[in-house]
Design a protein around this ligand. Sequence first.
Ligand code: 9J3
Ligand code: ZN
Length: 310
Amino acid sequence: MQQTPHTHAASRAERPAFRGTRRRLAGVTAAVAAVVALSTLTGPGAHAADNPYERGPAPTESSIEALRGPYSVADTSVSSLAVTGFGGGTIYYPTSTSDGTFGAVVISPGFTAYESSIAWLGPRLASQGFVVFTIDTNTTLDQPASRGRQLLAALDYLTERSSVRGRVDSSRLGVMGHSMGGGGSLEAAKSRPSLQAAIPLTPWNTDKTWPEVSTPTLIVGADGDTIAPVSSHSEPFYSSLPSRTDRAYLELNNASHFTPNTSDTTIAKYSISWLKRFIDNDTRYEQFLCPLPRPSLTIEEYRGNCPHGS
Ligand code: 9J3
Ligand code: ZN
């Protein structure tokens, strides 16, 4: 299940020409300086990028569709008895400690469901270079506003108290969720504008309007959803987001309310692209978001305003 971590061969300085002791010493000094400079700039899986948050190699269509990305992933379980404000869960994280810290995302399940219902997203997203925390809620009957508060409590636990807190960049955080958890991710973004990304999956909420959200938000609806029909949930949620907010609406084709509960490549590839673009500021992923994806076998409809400032 785990993959070999992505590594680059160590850079090697040119061997200095041997032309007498003085020249040789100067050459060695230059070579040492070059190695020091290079090793400062280039850890495994990184290079001298303009963007300090960029992680992993340049993406391709197949790399964002793959079942696993370039990072090996480990996981650690968080007991509900050890935390307050949410119901515990599982943290999936890249094992590499040579690429600096990673952005992080917390994911809430829906009404009556457990973290197992969204577990596939843990390793799928973490292997691309994120710390991912799939949570249980305090009770499976908690409503969207409560799920929103629980997502934030879980983020605070992750960055302040968890065993992996040193691996997380606490300034680069996002939220996701399924159904009432998706509704909760909108609530979380509304109450904490510092969040860098939100991805509600077939979201459900009685609040239909989200003009308060400034966090870049990708809403994923399903054409055949009869529990949270897109006409009364995802579509008004999307349309009510401010047009100045980076926003997109992906409507899955031939899909149901429960499509986000099993491994789904369309959900994965656009979620990875959205998280990379807005949590990591990684414009290498913009090619998958803009121009807007066209309708296809898996995409019923796609709307968006394309990332601003790019
Ligand atoms: O989290 C969800 O699946 C919400 C859909 C639902 O069951 O709403 C009925 C109250
Ligand atoms: Zn509202």
